[in-house]
Design a protein around this ligand. Structure first.
Ligand SMILES: Cc1cc2nc3c(=O)[nH]c(=O)nc-3n(C[C@H](O)[C@H](O)[C@H](O)COP(=O)(O)OP(=O)(O)OC[C@H]3O[C@@H](n4cnc5c(N)ncnc54)[C@H](O)[C@@H]3O)c2cc1C
Ligand SMILES: NC(=O)c1ccc[n+]([C@@H]2O[C@H](COP(=O)([O-])OP(=O)(O)OC[C@H]3O[C@@H](n4cnc5c(N)ncnc54)[C@H](O)[C@@H]3O)[C@@H](O)[C@H]2O)c1
Length: 453
């Protein structure tokens, strides 16, 4: 164990925030023999487990039944009564979240990590104060407080909700307006639409899902439009007004005003650094309030570190987990390491979902010059029988000079599941010839990956 952890502190490590990064860092550090405590102000598990990836994905599954039940008729199923009960789905999802929260708590106690169910703020380079007044000292402090939804500074913003509230709605709204064109906007557009709401996505520019391959995003927009999701591009909100009947009037700039029963703001997430006492201690923050760290997650104060969303780089759970693990290995395991940020796969759980790894076509052209692309634009077999006129699109981007596959991008049923496997090939630097040499697994959609010529 690193000699910097002095025994005159209460703990060797104090972690602020029991989410994806904080829980991993604590249990690995404790495994190396460190005396570890963690503070959590809300619920153990953090954003991903409590109000992010997990409940979101369960809602995606729940919403998908709408299409599956429609398609079932052509497969011989006569399902007469089709009624959706939002409180049943909501409560079952919340019960599962509660179960997982319990498991995360058990993981901490099984690893001898002391859990304080309190908000913590820093009072020194080695000390924190809990909201019940207790002060605790530690050799090292790890900041893993995550991020929170951003909200615009407009009159009536209190009439809108964020992703934090969306899992607890009393009833399913009939008309939903979603601000933003990123992950959350597109995922919840799919969920609300499938569950029967009319959805309008409002984006301030004409580009949604920036960073994803343009052709794939274009397919999502076209498919969403065909399903009945509306878009307003180059539009922004001037104000929100609530009528007595509960309707929210969106006063718009760049398009006509819109009436909604629920307005969801999904315009990005800001690092949770406010009020933590960081600047007073000399912890440097970026303009957006993120903690600046070096490659070993050390802030500008040597005993204070940060991982995950609070560093405002790649806001994904597996990244926060890897960073937490690398921190523990480096600081308490005598195994200095960093995270390799190259080729991180990502998915948008929209309807249909997107999976992506490596360079987009545009990015590869800019960085590599001469490239080849291969696409497969096909109607999945099950959709043909169901009479569903929806197409999947797979794209492979190849570096002409080395034949290496530098990017795989997909939209279609279960694309994220297939993409995870394809990401291994891209990460390993396999060539298009390696893809071609692989015999197809028939009949699957994924076989398109080895059949593109
Ligand atoms: C709706 C939604 C869907 C998402 N879906 C996905 C997905 O499908 N895949 C994916 O990879 N990522 C997804 N994400 C992103 C993912 O949830 C985050 O990247 C991840 O949770 C970040 O982990 P973290 O450890 O940095 O912070 P968090 O998991 O947010 O944990 C931070 C914890 O710190 C606590 N805390 C904050 N301040 C204090 C304090 N002062 N004292 C004590 N405790 C404090 C918070 O309550 C929280 O529990 C989603 C996010 C959202 C909002
Ligand atoms: N499937 C997943 O992995 C997943 C799912 C949900 C969230 N997340 C993570 O959570 C983060 C937050 O999600 P998100 O969808 O809120 O953010 P995002 O960064 O994906 O998208 C934000 C969108 O809001 C727009 N925007 C930003 N500021 C605005 C403003 N002032 N007014 C109007 N529009 C504005 C942006 O142009 C962009 O389209 C993501 O970056 C992602 O890393 C991941």
């Amino acid at each position: 164990m690193n000699t910097e952890s002095a025994s005159d502190f209460d703990y060797d490590l104090f972690v602020l925030g029991a989410g994806s990064g904080g829980v991993r860092a604590s249990r690995i550090s404790s495994g190396y023999g460190a005396r570890v405590a963690i503070a959590e102000e809300h619920r153990v598990g953090g954003t991903c487990v409590i109000r992010g990836c997990v409940p979101k994905k369960l809602l995606v599954y729940g919403a998908h039944f709408a299409e599956d039940l429609n398609d079932a008729a052509m497969f011989g199923w006569d399902i007469a009564a089709r009624r959706f009960d939002w409180p049943v789905l909501r409560d079952n999802v919340m019960a599962e979240v509660g179960r997982l929260e319990g498991l995360y708590g058990e993981t901490l106690s099984n690893h001898d990590v002391t859990l304080f169910k309190n908000r913590a703020v820093l009072t020194g380079p080695h000390s924190v104060r809990l909201d019940d007044g207790r002060t605790i000292t530690a050799g090292k402090i790890l900041l893993a407080p995550g991020a929170r939804p951003a909200l615009p500074d407009i009159p009536g913003v209190e009439h809108a909700i964020t992703s934090n509230d969306v899992f607890h709605l009393e009833s399913m709204p009939k008309r939903v307006v979603i601000a933003g064109g990123g992950y959350i906007a597109n995922e919840f557009a799919g969920i609300f639409h499938q569950l029967g709401a009319h959805v309008t996505i409002v984006n301030r520019s004409d580009t949604i899902l920036r960073g994803y391959d343009e052709q794939i995003v274009d397919r999502l927009v076209k498919t969403s439009l065909a399903k009945g999701i509306d878009f307003r591009f180059n539009a922004s909100f001037d104000a929100l007004e609530r009528r007595d009947d509960g309707t929210v009037i969106c006063k718009m700039n760049g398009c006509d005003d819109i009436e909604a029963d629920q307005v969801l703001f999904a315009i990005g997430r800001l690092p949770n650094t406010e009020g933590l006492g960081l600047e007073e201690l000399g912890v440097e923050l970026t303009e957006r309030g993120a903690v600046k760290v070096d490659e070993h997650y050390r802030s500008t104060v040597p005993s204070i570190f940060a991982v995950g969303d609070v560093t405002d780089r790649i806001q994904l759970t597996p990244v926060a987990i890897r960073e937490g693990h690398a921190f523990a290995d480096t600081q308490f395991g005598d195994k200095p390491c960093t995270v390799d940020y190259n080729c991180i796969p990502s998915a948008v759980f929209s309807h249909p979902p997107i999976g992506s790894v490596g360079m987009t076509e545009g990015e590869a052209k800019n960085k590599l010059g001469v490239i080849r692309t291969y696409t497969s634009d096909f109607r999945p077999m099950k959709y043909v029988l169901a009479g569903r006129n929806e197409r999947a699109l797979y794209k492979i981007v190849v570096d002409e000079s080395s034949d290496k596959v530098v990017g795989v991008h997909m939209i279609g049923p279960d694309a994220p599941e297939t993409l995870q496997a394809a990401a291994i090939a891209v990460k390993a630097g396999l060539t298009k010839a390696d893809f071609d040499a692989t015999i197809a697994l028939h009949p699957t959609m994924a076989e398109e990956l080895v059949l593109m010529r």
